[in-house]
Design a protein around this ligand. Structure first.
Ligand code: COA
Length: 172
């Protein structure tokens, strides 16, 4: 299923999530860990943001900005000497925004054992040369897994918008 989104500016052909997938790896060093030897959450968030930005720019074909980072759960620690890999894919697209899902894995390079330590969801907005939001290509989710991620991304957006409406201060 190719999801055509209402667009601002010239129409762009749809892309699949695989077209824009981004993979970023980095070996964790002593300056990136706390006094327990666990990698700082902020180090991971920085890597996640950069991997997601690449997927967003590949999909949009223009500059993008991070507008929101959804819930981030640190499920287990990552230690010095482990290789951290962030795999970022576009899950859902709106008119100018894209939800990017990032899977974080830690690998013990001596044993080859890999652990899935985090998953994060970020929203990026495509930006035109005048720094205004601009239309992004539709997302071709003909693959059933991509379609499932698309539905979940759309649901997260609906829930976020409903919560924003519920918590908005009422006019006096
Ligand atoms: C991103 C930015 C241009 C959006 O401006 P805006 O006036 O909110 O634009 P709009 O209201 O037209 O919203 C644009 C899109 O962003 C989405 N959006 C806006 N705020 C959002 C939020 N908090 N969470 C998720 N999506 C959001 C809107 O739903 C809309 O999506 P759609 O076009 O797919 O329907 C503006 O918020 C900005 O410049 N933020 C700073 C970005 C930044 O500096 N990031 C850190 C460094 S990259």
């Amino acid at each position: 299923m190719a999801v055509q989104t209402p667009q601002r500016g010239p129409k762009k052909p749809p892309k699949t999530p695989s077209n824009s997938e981004s993979i970023v790896s980095e070996l964790m060093m002593p300056h990136q860990v706390n006094n327990l030897g666990h990698v700082f959450g902020g180090e991971l968030l920085s890597m996640v943001d950069r991997a997601a930005a690449v997927a967003a720019m590949r999909h949009a074909g223009c500059n993008t900005v991070t507008v929101s980072i959804d819930r981030v759960d640190f499920r287990e620690p990552i230690y010095t000497g482990e290789l951290v890999t962030c795999i970022a894919r576009v899950n859902f697209v709106g008119r100018t925004s894209m939800e990017i899902g990032v899977r974080v894995e830690a690998e013990n390079l001596l044993t080859g054992a890999k652990r899935h330590t985090n998953t994060c969801f970020l929203t990026f907005v495509a930006i035109d040369p005048k720094h205004r939001p601009c239309g992004v290509p539709g997302l071709d989710v003909s693959d059933p897994e991509d379609e499932r991620r698309f539905r979940e991304g759309r649901r997260r957006r609906e829930v976020r918008e409903a919560l924003d409406r519920e918590l908005a201060p009422s006019p006096r």
